[in-house]
Design a protein around this ligand. Structure first.
Ligand code: PHE
Length: 339
């Protein structure tokens, strides 16, 4: 019996298999119910009592060794299969699908790019504001309708905490913390309590411009805006400034550009006037400069503010404002650009 066991131990040590089938055959040969090792266990009964201990140990050793060897070989096959070449390296590469920028980002980036060429830098401010930055510093009288719940989303009252209704609030931040000359753009999202329709939304985007220095005049404002209109909508674009009113500018104006859809001929988009309004502007009211700690006898400045959605509508003829926030890829995929 001992010899037979030692023989088998030798065999097991040398055991090798070329594939899984061979290995399975070996497992059956040694370890199955009718296998060689089970046979030996059956014969164990006949081993004389005084040898039982030694033979028993040997027999167990044989069984364990065989089991170990077979799992070892099995593992080796599994690993080899894992590293098998499964990728076809000759296949042409999948085209990498790039996303597109949001049309509002395209417009925003283009506006920033145009103004940065004449020295404007960028600042941002918070969307959640206090009354002073959005209204107080900007010369809004206490009873001004913009302060009404109808127009403004209030978060808290007394003291008022609200969602900014225009990016002019960033003017208040910049003018109280920086010294002139200031030549900056403030892009950002603004909120107004409006019913949502194809032409109004409860949030939209603006870009504000502010230039404060000595001897800044209305002529500087007009020239900067003409440059912008031509860069944005083409060399042939004309501008016109109509007197208007904003609490924080004096004088104030609204700027129209010649309708870029009909070229000024008159079409439904420009309501047959040949002109479309694109922004509000004016000379910064001396009260605003003083509110923010800037000496209005030394400095003057201009400001303008435009809606990014409005410029985008004009540029890409998007008819419904709601499309900008619906995240419909069929709409978004149409905008591809370097900006
Ligand atoms: N803040 C104004 C608006 O939201 C736009 C504006 C900005 C007007 C700067 C004049 C100067 O309508």
């Amino acid at each position: 019996m001992k010899n037979r066991i030692n023989e088998l131990l030798e065999e097991v040590n040398r055991m090798a298999a070329a594939n899984n089938e061979e290995l399975e055959a070996l497992r059956i040969k040694y370890l199955s119910k009718k296998g060689l090792i089970s046979e030996l266990f059956n014969d164990f009964r006949n081993v004389p009592n005084e040898e039982k201990r030694v033979v028993g140990q040997l027999l167990n050793e044989l069984k364990n060794k065989t089991q170990d060897k077979i799992s070892e070989l099995k593992e080796a096959f599994a690993n080899a299969a894992g590293s098998e070449q499964k990728t076809d390296l000759t296949r042409s590469a999948e085209p990498f699908k790039l996303g597109t920028r949001h049309p509002l980002s395209l417009t925003k980036n283009e506006i920033i790019d145009i103004f940065s060429r004449i020295g404007f830098t960028i600042a941002e401010g918070p969307e959640i504001e206090d009354d002073w930055h959005v209204f107080g510093a900007l010369n809004f009288p206490p009873e001004h309708p913009a302060r009404d719940m109808q127009d403004t989303f209030f978060i808290e009252q007394d003291p008022d905490i609200l969602l900014r209704t225009h990016t002019s609030s960033v003017q208040s931040h910049v003018m109280t913390t920086q010294k002139p000359p200031i030549r900056m753009l403030f892009p950002g999202r603004v909120y107004r309590n409006e019913a949502i329709s194809y032409r109004a939304h409860c949030f939209f985007h603006q870009i504000e411009g502010l230039y404060i220095d000595k001897n800044v005049s209305f002529a500087d404002l007009k020239q900067a805006l003409l440059y912008f209109a031509k860069e944005m909508f083409g060399e042939h674009t004309k501008i016109r400034l109509r007197p208007s009113y904003f609490p924080f500018t004096e004088p104030s104006a609204e700027m129209d550009i010649s309708c870029n859809i009909c070229g000024g001929e008159g079409c439904p988009f420009c309501k047959h006037t040949g002109w479309v309004e694109i922004l509000g502007c004016g000379m910064v009211d001396p009260n605003v400069l003083e509110n923010c700690g800037i000496d209005s006898s030394v400095y003057s400045g201009y400001a303008f503010g435009m809606g990014v959605e409005r410029i985008t509508n004009l540029k890409y003829q998007v008819k419904d404002l709601r499309m900008f926030s619906e995240n419909d890829v069929r709409f978004l995929q149409q905008f591809e650009s370097a900006y």
